[in-house]
Design a protein. Structure first.
Length: 209
């Protein structure tokens, strides 16, 4: 089973990918992790990517696709994989297709913008140990104090409402068009992501069956 999870930031893509990865016994492949690993290993594509990064430039799609292809040739991907962090644009999706990288299902986690803003702005992170809490879903025992180490809980800049709205705008402009791209190919399956984690997982499993 070869899968992609689409959805806005904070929709729960990483959480669901991790759960499904364990259930199906297939790896979740993060493009960010792959880039770092390829650079560290000094693969031909990793060397190319490092040159762009050292120059302060974005790594071009064709180089990222090359790194994805290198990773998918490894034995743990023989039974399938979940691609995390890519594609983000139609151009990347077309490049993956051109490189012969196909998907069985594309799961789109549908969550309203207001729910995302509320969900992400409720996150709190310990400035000392990095433990994560949520003011509604997983509150600390004492307000703004970490249960684990007693450190101060802060709102990350990424989780501030104005930042979340900017990230949502980028998602709607650049990534959301992928839903139509994969719907045309009969691969897209939509799942409501504003239910509980367990309910969302059940819904994902149903569309994979």
């Amino acid at each position: 089973m070869k899968l992609i999870f689409l959805g806005p930031p904070g929709a729960g893509k990483g959480t669901q990918a991790s759960i499904i990865s364990k259930k199906l016994g297939i790896p979740t492949i993060s493009t960010g992790d792959m880039l770092r690993a390829a650079i560290k290993a000094g693969t031909p594509t990793g060397v190319k990517a490092k040159a762009f990064m050292d120059a302060g430039k974005l790594v071009p799609d064709e180089v990222v696709i090359g790194i994805v292809e290198e990773r998918l040739e490894q034995s743990d991907c023989a039974r399938g994989y979940i691609l995390d962090g890519m594609p983000r644009t139609i151009a990347q999706a077309e490049a993956l297709e051109k490189g012969g990288i196909e998907f069985d299902r594309v799961i789109s986690l549908e969550v309203k913008d207001e729910v995302i803003v509320k969900r992400m702005s409720g996150r709190r992170v310990c400035a000392k140990c990095g433990a994560t809490f949520h003011v509604e879903n997983m509150p600390p025992k004492a307000q703004d104090v970490c249960d684990a180490c007693g450190g101060e809980l802060i709102i990350r800049a990424d989780d501030a409402p104005e930042t979340v709205r900017k990230r949502l705008n980028i998602y709607h402009e650049e990534t959301e068009p992928l839903k139509a791209f994969y719907a045309e190919r009969g691969k897209l399956r939509g799942v409501f992501g504003d239910q509980t984690m367990e309910e969302t997982t059940k819904a994902v499993e149903e569309v994979l069956a």
